[in-house]
Design a protein around this ligand. Structure first.
Ligand SMILES: Cc1cc2nc3c(=O)[nH]c(=O)nc-3n(C[C@H](O)[C@H](O)[C@H](O)COP(=O)(O)OP(=O)(O)OC[C@H]3O[C@@H](n4cnc5c(N)ncnc54)[C@H](O)[C@@H]3O)c2cc1C
Length: 409
């Protein structure tokens, strides 16, 4: 059923997970939903929303039990994110952003560093930010210019990071830098955990943006910041390998946010169409409108299957998880953009007013097509994957001539 994922065959949850999800659904209905429009009014960090998520154990689902979390399966995370995103992208992005900014610490921090930092992150007492993008390097990470230079048992980091979510409130930063004399591969990209109060680290004021209000972004400058070797995350040159798991999780998270938002938009539009009268009947009784609703519903349900299947692959540690995360992200986020535009149209002039959440959904939807790899970047990855897979397969059985007759000569 496109408007709800209840009893979805691709999302079987055990009793404990189902219980957690129904608590989240209640929270969405009672607290997060009613406050979502207010959260959107300015771009200061949404502390109250963050506290709600932390106090209800939702932040903790991103962290392992041995470090104070309640590590949820990716499938449960996706279901939680989808439910929250039906009403509030800000809250949902705080949940996915916790993956982005904290998993590299869990994956690459020494046991001592993890024990010192992760439990407080899991309780929501502290926050981290993920600093990869730079003014000159977003999609093209080969252009990263932030450097790490070895220095007396540690490193010195110099560079500028742009678009860093939660930079204005983070207590620590996961910074990816290029090791000046690093061991080949990925140009020696290496990740570090840098405390906010490190000398030489500064954060710009909030950079104004179109949507995703409540999760502000800012620029982070590193001016010869000294980082002890104990704060390196993973091995030298392994920064991108370390970030890979984080990015896959965050991509599935973006896909789930888009899925939740378009499901919420469709619910709103259908409810509006059921009430609003035009030409003697409800808007939703006109066939043209029903066809619009039907198209959206079918496509949303297809997106839901892609998102759940990517999450299940992640949980099974399937070798193809990454490409399926790209497929789910590209499809769900691009579709969401189209769905919210159509839903705004369906509300007529009211779709354009701040009083209705559709204009917020519209502004928030754009971000999911940009963050964690733009749609174009994912298309490149998927296209290359299709070509590679096809070339490794046996010739299509309907062809009874030699491959060189494809035109190679
Ligand atoms: C609200 C917000 C929050 C963010 N939060 C964070 C964060 O917390 N941490 C962080 O590190 N980064 C963050 N980012 C940065 C984000 O990940 C980048 O903006 C994104 O990766 C795109 O990089 P770019 O902006 O440099 O665009 P560019 O890479 O310059 O791309 C410009 C255009 O070219 C297209 N393009 C690029 N390469 C190709 C290609 N090979 N083929 C075809 N088209 C291509 C892109 O799709 C895009 O349309 C955030 C961004 C925003 C807007």
């Amino acid at each position: 059923m496109p408007l709800t994922a209840q009893n979805h065959p691709l999302a079987p949850l055990d009793a404990a997970d189902a219980d957690m999800l129904s608590r989240v659904q209640q929270l969405v209905q009672d607290t997060i939903g009613p406050k979502a429009n207010a959260v959107n009014r300015d771009d200061a960090f949404a502390w109250e929303t963050f506290r709600t998520l932390a106090d209800n154990g939702i932040i903790a689902t991103a962290f392992p039990r041995e470090l104070g979390g309640s590590e949820a399966s990716m499938l449960l995370r996706v279901r939680i994110i989808e439910e929250i995103a039906r009403v509030c992208s800000t809250a949902a992005s705080i949940v996915t952003g916790t993956d982005l900014s904290s998993r590299p610490i869990v994956a690459g921090g020494s046991p001592e560093l993890c024990a010192r930092t992760v439990p407080a992150l899991a309780r929501g007492e502290t926050q981290s930010a993920f600093a990869l993008t730079e003014p000159g390097a977003g999609s093209d990470l080969a252009r990263l210019g932030t450097t790490a230079t070895r220095d007396a048992g540690g490193y010195r980091l110099t560079g500028v990071k742009k678009f860093i979510t939660r930079a204005t409130v983070a207590d620590m930063f996961v910074v990816v830098a290029s090791l000046a004399d690093g061991p080949g591969g990925s140009r020696g990209l290496t990740a570090f955990l840098v405390p906010r109060d490190a000398e030489g680290l500064s954060v710009s004021p909030i950079i104004p943006k179109l949507g995703w209000h409540g999760v502000p972004i800012a620029e982070v400058r590193l001016d010869g910041v000294r980082v002890p070797a104990s704060h390196r995350l993973g091995e030298e040159g392994q920064g991108m390998a370390l970030a890979q798991d984080t990015l896959v999780r965050a991509r599935v998270g973006h896909a789930a946010i888009a899925l939740g938002r378009m499901t919420g938009a469709l619910q709103l539009a259908a409810q509006y169409a059921g009430h609003r009268q035009v030409s003697g009947k409800a808007v939703g009784e006109h066939q043209g409108i029903q066809w619009m609703l039907a198209d959206m519903a079918a496509r949303i349900e297809a997106a839901r299957c892609l998102v759940y299947s990517a999450a299940q692959r992640y949980d099974r540690k399937d070798a193809e998880t990454s490409i399926h995360a790209s497929i789910a992200k590209m499809h769900s986020t691009d579709l969401c953009m189209r769905v919210v535009v159509d839903c705004a149209q369906l509300l007529g002039g009211n779709g354009y007013l701040n009083a209705y959440p559709i204009e917020r959904f519209l502004r928030d939807a754009k971000m999911n097509q940009i963050g964690e790899g733009t749609s174009e970047v994912h298309k490149n990855l998927i296209g290359r994957y299709v070509m590679k897979t096809a070339s490794a397969m046996a010739q299509h059985p309907c062809l009874d001539f030699e491959p060189d007759l494809f035109g190679a000569r």
